[in-house]
Design a protein. Structure first.
Length: 308
């Protein structure tokens, strides 16, 4: 299949490069490092084997891209307003024969698909839940530290053939990929994201130190259980306390890591507070479930964000 990458950062750069390395046709949208990547290519420093792509299909605008089968949206959700300009050139008009692409939102948070669908009625959406430690802090270079697998949750994709091809081609590229139930997948991702993203910012630390201290380790666990409680209250099955234990164990074994929100804070960039905290807290509250520890963390993050 043909792929378009909207947002060639730590996530889009890694997955897009892996797909291109495996022989797929991939088209990359770049911003600040377009000129550098156009001249020097894209470097991936990876725990699973580093590699360099000498020449990639690089673009400044999606209007210059060809028709594709899959669009991987890897923007931070704070930039989703840009989709009003970026997506339409990749969505065929009614007078073309090319089928509408599958749009995969590889983004953090709860409620992103519903908001994108409201702006693009009829769009075929899939949630991409990436479990990866990856960063991009210099032009044309992605630093993949550990993990890398991804789950796909079907939100509104009607094309089962391309959905299966998406899974097959990711796995063929050496990226472990699976299909999961949408709501369960989004809330499971939040079990890790909501405690660790915010707590590394609020306490100016990394994941390993949060778990080495018994007090913050317990607080992280309590926050995870708030997310699990909210999910179960909303009717999500397949998630219980054992999943919190698994996430704690996984993070114990992980390379010391600064999550995306911590990097945004350190580099004085806006943080993804709305979809990571405000939206799920509101959804749970409307259903009659409160997450008091995460509500406090949300307030702290909003305070810190005013000083970025």
């Amino acid at each position: 299949m043909k792929y378009a990458i909207i947002g060639t950062g730590a996530i889009g750069g890694y997955y897009g490069a892996r797909l291109a390395q495996s022989g797929q046709e991939v088209h990359f949208l770049l911003h600040s490092d377009y000129d550098y990547v156009k001249e020097h290519g894209l470097q991936v420093d990876s725990c699973d084997g580093s590699f360099h792509l000498d020449h990639i299909n690089a673009y400044r605008t999606t209007s210059d891209m060809p028709a594709v089968d899959v669009v991987l949206v890897c923007l931070k959700t704070i930039n989703n307003h840009l989709l009003d300009t970026l997506l339409p050139p990749l969505l065929p008009s009614s007078n073309t024969s090319h089928p509408s692409p599958v749009v995969v939102l590889i983004q953090n948070g709860i409620g992103v698909e519903a908001d994108v669908e409201s702006r693009f009625p009829g769009i075929q959406l899939v949630a991409g839940l990436a479990f990866i430690c990856s960063g991009k802090t210099e032009p044309g270079r992605v630093n993949h530290q550990c993990y890398g697998h991804i789950n796909f949750g079907n939100y509104s994709c009607r094309d089962e053939v391309r959905m299966q091809a998406l899974l097959d081609e990711f796995n063929a590229a050496g990226i472990k990929a699976g299909q999961v139930e949408y709501e369960e997948a989004r809330w499971k991702k939040a079990v890790w994201n909501m405690p660790f993203n915010g707590m590394t910012v609020a306490l100016n630390t990394q994941t390993d130190l949060l778990l080495k201290n018994p007090d913050t380790r317990q607080l992280i666990y309590d926050q995870m259980m708030e997310v699990i409680g909210a999910a179960r209250h909303l009717g999500v099955t397949g998630i219980d306390a054992s999943f919190a234990d698994l996430m704690i164990q996984m993070t114990d074994e992980m390379t010391p890591y600064s999550p995306s929100m911590k990097l945004d804070f350190d580099f004085h960039r806006p943080m993804e507070i709305h979809y990571l905290y405000t939206r799920p807290i509101e959804i749970a509250r409307r259903a009659g479930f409160r997450m008091p520890k995460l509500e406090m963390l949300e307030a702290e993050l909003k305070f810190l964000s005013k000083n970025l």
